[in-house]
Design a protein around this ligand. Structure first.
Ligand SMILES: Nc1ncnc2c1ncn2[C@@H]1O[C@H](COP(=O)(O)OP(=O)(O)OP(=O)(O)O)[C@@H](O)[C@H]1O
Length: 300
């Protein structure tokens, strides 16, 4: 199960735009790998070269021993590519969509029920796709990509335009896909999504990979301070200042916030003063990593 993906020196230019400018990475079998970056970073173009939808102008892609742009049937059968919801057959129900995709691959009929179950659409089986909500359409498009039980799955912004609740529901589906040992490559412009789902993340901007590692290692590498916010009224500003030593303390409507690189010490001093109730601790996130790499706010 799963397959290794190796991308080396990928380049794609459109006129003067170097959409992908020398991208290399390896995805291990069974890994959940994320391409993270703002609009226009080159994620989709990179993914299309890996899926074999575009031949790289320069560089190579291998999935196992195959070059995807050759579109050999043996590899196609092992790959699942999430279709945009607009690519459904018209006027078919959810069940009929899955049956139709399944018949293209010659999968047994019972597979449709399995997939409806896996993506939580059993009660929508008889609903036409145009009448499904955005989140339901996304889940159906993922089910269509998985109908032939591929061991490498590509998802291009699967949760774009969904509300927070629907995004979280879809995260559960995506985790299940990967738990069964498949290699998953996902593009997203949501930092929190990459942080929660991916084993490793390539942060892209302007056609290049700026950084590639586990989300935890990327955040740790930043060596950013931790922000500890006390519930209003727990401690006076002066008491917080004396406890925080040389660390800065800010007072705003949320309460007092201590920004520190010694969180263990500060928290234990707060515990001694019985000031832990309602406290919140915020470490750095991938968003801070992006800001640090590019020197600018993340523009999703
Ligand atoms: N077919 C095309 N013709 C010309 N330019 C293109 C084409 N496809 C993409 N581009 C340009 O290449 C760059 C990278 O686009 P790409 O779609 O790969 O980025 P992305 O990171 O997937 O962005 P998004 O999150 O908006 O999908 C952008 O500047 C885009 O305008």
């Amino acid at each position: 199960m799963g397959a290794e993906i190796r991308a080396e020196g990928l380049v794609m230019t459109y006129g003067d735009v170097r959409a992908v400018d020398g991208v290399s990475f390896t995805v291990a079998p069974g890994e959940f790998f994320g391409l993270l970056g703002p609009n226009g970073a080159g994620k989709t173009t990179t993914l299309e070269m890996i899926e074999g939808l575009r031949k790289p102008q320069s560089g190579t892609v291998r999935i196992g021993e195959h070059e995807p742009w050759r579109r050999e049937p043996e590899l196609q059968r092992r790959m699942g590519v999430q279709l945009q919801s607009s690519a459904f057959f018209e006027r078919l129900t959810a069940r009929e969509q899955l049956d139709t995709f399944g018949s293209l691959y010659g999968v047994p009929a019972g597979r449709t029920d399995e997939m409806l179950e896996q993506v939580g659409l059993v009660d929508k089986a008889a609903v036409r796709t145009e009448d499904l909500s955005g989140g339901q359409k996304q889940r159906l498009s993922i089910a269509c990509a998985l109908i032939h039980d591929p061991d490498v799955v590509f998802l291009d912004e699967p949760t774009a335009a969904l509300d927070p609740q629907a995004r979280r529901n879809l995260w559960d589906v995506l985790r299940t896909i990967n738990d069964s040992g498949r290699t998953v490559v996902l593009t997203t412009h949501y930092m929190d999504e990459a942080e929660v789902l991916c084993d490793r993340v390539a942060i892209m901007d302007a056609g290049r990979v700026l950084e590639l590692d586990t989300p935890a290692a990327l955040v740790r590498g930043l060596d950013a301070p931790v922000r500890i916010t006390l519930a209003p009224g727990t401690l006076s500003f002066e008491a917080a200042r004396s406890l925080a030593g040389s660390d800065p303390v800010e007072d705003d409507s949320a309460g007092l916030t201590i920004t520190t690189r010694r969180p263990a010490e500060v928290l234990s001093a707060l515990a001694q003063q019985d000031a832990l109730a309602g406290l919140s601790v915020r470490g750095a996130s991938l968003e801070d990593v992006f800001l640090d790499l590019t020197g600018r706010e993340y523009r999703a």
